[in-house]
Design a protein around this ligand. Structure first.
Ligand SMILES: [Mn+2]
Length: 314
């Protein structure tokens, strides 16, 4: 599959890279890493995300090349870090699709699919590069590394294997400045975001003997503090940090009134199963699902019932 995918890329000219809506560090880092490699191969390549990209990633090379809309001519569309076509935020498209991802819930929607259940999409991409002897320069390395760091919670998650450290080590040899990336990612907090986190944490409630922590974020609160969606990721991870908590949930109101739920588990609950049951998806320890035409209370109640069953197995 590595060779087949690379051959297809080499034979294509008008290539567009796209990642999931409300992108995270893996979605953008992987996109820009591949963008950089294809640019150097003199491909006509564009990089697209249809929603707001958080500005904490603005240190990545070619961050300012990310467009919100698709170009007119696309022969090959490469989807990165996205489990299903509808999460790309585009209409059906008449192009050959390569799907490169690491979500367990991936629906293999591409004409070619490279889906490996490993730490990050950037790790899948890295494997693809190695298999095809692609040179990883410093710009590509910093994108791959940033994607890896952000998707492993700074090398903390279950997905972190010796291969992950081998990759990180290799990327450092390719020119990544670890301290620079850490400072860019974690030492540039905005006061408005801290104030937002304080307000949002005020809504925290513990349920089911403290095993479940829930926070609610209204659309109005996000607007008041100028918060983009990816900025709320840190919030649900904070809730999971509580000693008693096995499952953290963030209920976030979207522009259209629907409720987006982010689910995180710590040790044993498979939140991807719960998300999948209601049309969402993701990973065992981190998943998401959206409920339309429902209130915070209704969504919370549905999910608490699901969790009750899983947590009783304790
Ligand atoms: Mn990812």
């Amino acid at each position: 599959m590595y060779k087949q995918i690379w051959d297809t890329i080499i034979q294509s000219d008008n290539i567009t890279l796209i990642s999931h809506v409300n992108p995270d560090g893996d979605a953008i880092g992987s996109s820009l890493a591949l963008y950089n490699v294809l640019k150097k191969m003199n491909k006509n390549v564009s990089v697209v995300n249809t929603t707001e990209v958080a500005d904490y990633l603005d240190f990545l090379p070619n961050y300012n090349k990310i467009k919100k809309t698709l170009p007119n001519k696309i022969d090959l569309l490469i989807s990165l870090d996205c489990g299903s076509l509808d999460r790309l935020g585009i209409e059906d498209i008449d192009a050959f699709i390569i799907n490169i991802d690491h979500h367990i819930s991936n629906r293999n929607f591409g004409d070619l699919n490279l889906v490996e259940i490993i730490a990050s999409t950037s790790q899948v991409l890295y494997n693809l590069f190695l298999a095809n002897n692609v040179t990883i320069d410093a710009d590509t390395a910093v994108c791959l590394y940033t994607a890896l760091v952000t998707d492993t919670g700074n090398f903390q998650y279950e997905s972190v294997t010796s291969e992950v450290f081998d990759m990180a080590s290799h990327l450092v040899r390719c020119g990544v400045k670890v301290e620079f990336v850490s400072k860019m990612l974690y030492e540039r907090e905005k006061l408005s975001r801290l104030r937002f986190l304080a307000k949002a944490l005020d809504t925290l409630e513990l349920m089911l003997d403290g095993k479940v922590g829930v926070v609610r974020v209204s659309f109005e609160l996000m607007q008041r503090y100028g918060i983009v969606k990816d900025d709320t990721d840190g919030l649900v991870n904070m809730v999971r940090k509580l000693a008693t908590v096995e499952v953290a949930m963030m209920l976030r109101e979207e522009e259209d009134g629907s409720i987006k739920v982010s689910l995180r588990s710590k040790n044993y609950v498979d939140v991807s199963k719960i998300a999948a049951k209601y049309g969402g998806g993701g990973h065992i320890r981190a998943s998401g699902v959206t409920f339309k035409d429902a209130t915070f209370e209704q969504v919370q109640e549905i999910l608490l019932q699901e969790l009750k069953q899983q947590l009783q197995k304790d």
